[in-house]
Structure formats: structure tokens, C-alpha cells
Design a binder for this molecule. Sequence first.
Ligand SMILES: [Fe+2]
Length: 389
Amino acid sequence: MIGDLSTLRLDFPDTPVGIFSAACALRRLPELLDELGLERPLLVCGPHVRRLAPVIGLVEAGLFATVYDEVEPDPSDTTVARAGELARETGADGLVAIGGGSSLDAAKAVAAEAVEPGWIVDRDQPGLPTEVPEGVLPLVAVPTTAGTGSEVTPFSVITFAATRRKLVLNHPALLPRAALLDPTLLATAPREARVAAGMDALTHAVESYLSKQATEETRARAGEAVAGVAAHLPGAAAQPPAEEDLGGMQLAALVAGLAFSRTRLGIVHALALPLSALFGVPHGVANAILLSHGMAFNLPVASADFGNLARALSVQSSGGQESLAPEAAVSAVEELARQIGAPARMRDVGVDREAIPRMAQDAARSPHLVVNPREVEAGDVVRIYEEAW
Ligand SMILES: [Fe+2]
């Protein structure tokens, strides 16, 4: 097999990340590590992934220096510190992250922590640009969900235990060296996780499309991702999922990641983060609930863009007729969310109505609001939360 890894390579000139994709691509990880010159990588994952048969096989084959398998949802700085220490102790020369956004984000931070002990705890500084040491360990990202796009972004979302702050680290050195896409891994996730991840990917694509920082190039990517999600999410969210749609969603989530790496996001992500920080609502579920509300808020200032979004979403509309009415984009998103059974209201996922003023205060400080196409006032945030409650 050695030597024909290039047949798995996908050509994305807009990222330095090497992207490889195939069914059962995880089997080719030894070749990829060989190509990258990594001899003793640390495997970073969560306990569920550690029990997957193909992962057990790779561990037993001696591919890794050792395994850190305790990454939790919303990974903390203490997790990053422990895994970084393990990487140093075992002399790891790189990292392999297999998992959802949490494992991939954690591993990006471990890559820096491993070469500078205490780096992560010093990053708990909201508003400051992320500094990283020289010689960050190379990372291979193997996503098991189709949502965050973390395999192609320089972002790492870490929760700091001492202050309970959830911050986005952002530096080009945190980009993975390579991403290995294996759609068969996505089938291992429960249905709810596939729904939530898919709605996260859709939110990335829509918010990137509408971002004030969008360019012609990023809009093309974002539009491609919206159409990909509309075409493949229903099948990927079905039980059992359709293999072809899992592959389609994996690519759509990655393409959305390419787009929002450059544009950042917007009001939906700003409002979604407090739901996760305060009530443990999964990130994709929070986005699923808030996406149509955020879109309706932005519609008056971006009606031409909404016409384009409506067209991108229309691959699912009945009879295949393309609608260009701006409002159709909002209703298409609502319909897609309903069709796949995504939660629709904040009260259904345990959010306390009394917390809305506190959540609005937290959301108003989000850097995502800076690139939102419509100016957001404090009262707008409260009103949208009330509507979504
Ligand atoms: Fe997201």
C-alpha cells in the first residue's frame, strides 16, 4: 500500500492542511504517519473512541507512543495539561486526535502545551491574541463527527476550570498538518450526535456566508457547504444512516470549516455559547435552536444573500423548484431542523428562562458579534432568547 496514499488526497488549495479521504481511511493512518515522519505520536481521544475496534487495532499494532483517552465534552485546560505532560514523558513526536470537535480542539492545545509546560493555563486571557511557542507538535486530525470542521481550522475552544471561561484559542500554528476523513467512523455516533453536529456545520456555513468578513472565495465555499448539508444531512441523520450521506456531510462540514476559518461566525454562535457554558446544552443543539432566529434577525440587512442561501438550500424543497424569496432561506432551515428531529426550543433542553438576562450579558461580549452583518443591541439578544425559549 505504501506509496499510493496520494490517491486518497483531496485537492483544497485554500488550506495548508493535507486532506485525505476514503471509506476505512483510518487503516491508512500508519502510511500517513510514515509520510509525515512521525514515529511516536500520542493518541488523543475520548473513552468512546478508544473502544472502537479499528482504534483498538491500531493501538495493539504499536502505532502510538501511548494513549490519552480522557478527553471530555467541552475539554478543560486541566485535560490539556495532563495530556501535554504525557506527551513529554513518552517523548511523543506528534499527535493523532481521533474524535469529535472536543478531541480535535484539545489536541491542538496539547500540541503547544507539550513543548511549553504551563502554556495552556496562561491562555485564560479573554480578548488577547493567542501566542504559541516554537516547535508546536504536528497533529493528524481524524474527525468522527461531521460538524465542527476543526480538522481544517486554527481554532481550539477550551474551558478554563478556575474561571469557568470558555475561550477560543486561534493561531495558524494550531492547524493540523493533515486530516484523515473516514466516513465509516461517523456511523459510530448516536443519531442525536449526528443531528447536532450537522446543524453546527449548517450554522457555520450560513454564518460564514453572511459574515462581514466574507469574500467571494469564502462565499463560494460557504454556499457549497450549505448545499452539501441540505442534500446530505437528512440521510446522515437517519437511523441507520446512509453511507453516501455520511461522506457528503463529512465533506460539507470540512468545506464550512474552510469558509469560517477566514470569516469567523456571527450572532448564532454568540448566543449559543452561553447555553452550553451555563446549562451544558450540546453546542450543535444550541445552534439548531437559535439558527433560524438569528437568520430572521439578519434578514432585513442581507436580503440578496438570503436569496442565494435559499437557492443553496432548495435541493431539498418539494418538487425541486428553486425559490429565491429571501424568507424561504429561514423556512427551509426550520423545515430541515424539523425533518431531522432537532430540538426546537430552549425550554426543551433545560434552559432556565430566568437566566436569559445573564446569558444576554455573556453573549453581548462575544467576538462573533463583530462580524455579524446586522448591528446587535443588548435588547435584540434578550428578545431573540425570549423568542427561542
Ligand atoms: Fe460551531
